[in-house]
Design a protein around this ligand. Structure first.
Ligand SMILES: O=P(O)(O)OC[C@H]1O[C@H](OP(=O)(O)O)[C@H](O)[C@@H]1O
Length: 323
């Protein structure tokens, strides 16, 4: 089987995911599904892949591998690739192309619907007059707060800036646009402000079979503090965040990012011989999380395995693997 260089839009999307120009687990998933549709169009358009179904399929698998290799932690990415590639079918290139483009469109529509549905579920947990605390920027978490506002509830927010990349700024802007009064704080002020907060709402990049929540670094400390203060904490996560490989004992790889996100080169030079580490995510044990809110309703973290089995079976196929 010849090596296939993915089409330009796939390489561009992969680069944007790796550099976090495209970021957030749900956004990464829809960008990856759309990139596969672009690959299908390009592969059907010319060259050996346009007339050879086997070459077309191989080019789709190669594109999926390129996208898969960008970032390791958010399972929404491989789940998106699986969804599209498992629906690739047909004996000729035209049918194959159509099946990929249709599956990609269906995936993205499903993603949007799921976010709307989970938003309503999460909103039901919030009461009029509540103050919520957020961590990082999660479109699933925002959907819950925005749905509560749409239900006519008055909600305020304490937004953690979320070092090192300060995605909290994106959350602050989004909430401000939704008419939510926002107080932006540094991460280390979170415990102090928990006394003024009714709910903590976070997203997830992956959810493990034991109910462990893998989310932006700092989530686990926030959850432990919230429990100590008696503030309920929920994770808003569409079911594409469920990590099927954890059903068979695999752990979720935590992405380690570059030290330049933590410290600028000049300060680094001055500090000299010390190690700098930059894990992007951590794991919150299920006992510190009150609920996982999905488009299928809310679940105690320990029971999420039942939903995972129902949706993903016992394993996780890798339809992008080389034959
Ligand atoms: O899918 P949605 O809810 O938008 O985001 C889920 C999570 O993805 C983000 O990761 P990163 O910023 O890509 O590292 C954050 O950890 C956020 O909580």
């Amino acid at each position: 089987m010849p090596e296939h260089e993915p089409a330009v839009p796939v390489r561009e999307t992969a680069e944007e995911i790796a550099t976090m120009e495209i970021r957030g687990a749900a956004t990464i998933a829809s960008a990856a599904a759309e990139a596969l549709a672009e690959q299908a169009r390009a592969a059907a358009d010319g060259g050996p892949t346009a007339s050879d179904p086997a070459a077309f399929r191989a080019s789709m698998r190669a594109a999926a591998r390129t996208l898969r290799e960008t970032r390791p932690t958010a399972v929404s990415l491989p789940n998106a690739l699986r969804y599209v590639l498992q629906r690739m079918e047909g004996d000729d290139v035209d049918r194959l192309r159509r099946s990929v483009v249709d599956a990609s469109g269906a995936f993205v529509r499903q993603l949007d619907r799921a976010q709307e549905d989970l938003g309503r579920v999460g909103a039901n947990r919030l009461a009029d007059g509540d103050t919520v605390m957020t961590h990082c920027h999660s479109t699933d978490a925002l959907a819950c707060i925005e749905a509560a506002v749409d239900q006519g509830k008055s909600i305020s927010a304490v937004v953690k800036e979320t070092r090192p990349r300060q995605q909290g700024h994106i959350t602050a802007e989004a909430l401000r646009d939704a008419g939510v009064p926002v107080t932006l704080i540094v991460d280390s002020a979170a415990r102090r402000y928990l006394d003024e907060v009714d709910h903590v709402v976070v997203g997830a990049d992956s959810i493990a079979a034991d109910g462990g929540v893998i989310n932006k670094i700092g989530t686990s400390g926030l959850a432990v503090n919230a429990r100590e203060r008696g503030v309920p904490i929920m994770t808003a996560a569409q079911t594409i965040k469920l990590h099927p490989e954890t059903l068979t004992g695999h752990t979720v790889e935590i992405e380690m990012r570059d030290e330049t996100e933590v410290i600028d080169p000049e300060a680094r030079e001055e500090i000299g011989e010390v190690a700098v580490e930059n894990p992007a995510f951590d794991v919150t044990p299920p006992r510190y999380m009150d609920a996982i809110v999905t488009e299928q309703g809310q679940f105690p973290p320990e029971s999420i395995v039942t939903l995972m089995r129902e949706l993903f079976g016992e394993g996780a196929a890798e339809p992008w693997a080389e034959p």
